[in-house]
Design a protein around this ligand. Structure first.
Ligand code: 5GP
Length: 130
């Protein structure tokens, strides 16, 4: 079981943003920018491009809804989309609100993000998802 499956199962706490029957979205614990959100499939798959075509398309549509919620909650120029997957072997899409390119620099993360601020951001995004 991956750490993300344990989060989805509620065994490990997270700042949840959205969920449906197939996908789950929550704040990255070490955000590159405030509002940095991860979108993951509930079905474990390591590499995103091993996901079946229809499921991958659905995942991107789910990510789109979450991104629109991020943009409303945290006004930004655009919500950037990245896939890395080098650390956690459970496919995920990174969504990051951007004002400038440097807002998605994975070499500079926010250390020990304030828990209350993370909670408020997750709630704000969740309440702006249609
Ligand atoms: P990647 O696999 O895309 O290289 O990086 C995994 C991402 O997941 C990192 O940005 C990291 O901060 C995040 N991450 C790793 N473990 C946890 C966790 O337990 N909870 C949350 N919310 N994020 C995590």
């Amino acid at each position: 079981m991956t750490i993300f499956s344990r989060i989805i199962a509620g065994e490990i706490p997270c700042y949840k943003v959205a969920e449906n029957d197939k996908f789950f979205a929550f704040l990255d614990i070490n955000p590159v920018n405030w509002g940095h959100t991860l979108v993951v499939p509930k079905k474990e798959e390591d590499y995103i491009f091993d996901i079946a075509d229809e499921d991958l398309a659905e995942m991107m549509v789910f990510a789109k809804k979450v991104a629109k919620g991020i943009k409303k909650a945290l006004p930004c120029r655009k919500v950037g989309v990245t896939v890395l997957g080098l650390e956690v072997p459970h496919a995920h899409i990174h969504l990051v609100p951007l004002q400038k390119e440097g807002d998605m620099d994975f070499k500079s993360k926010i250390d020990n993000p304030d828990a209350e601020k993370m909670k408020e951001i997750a709630e704000a995004i969740a309440s702006n998802i249609e």
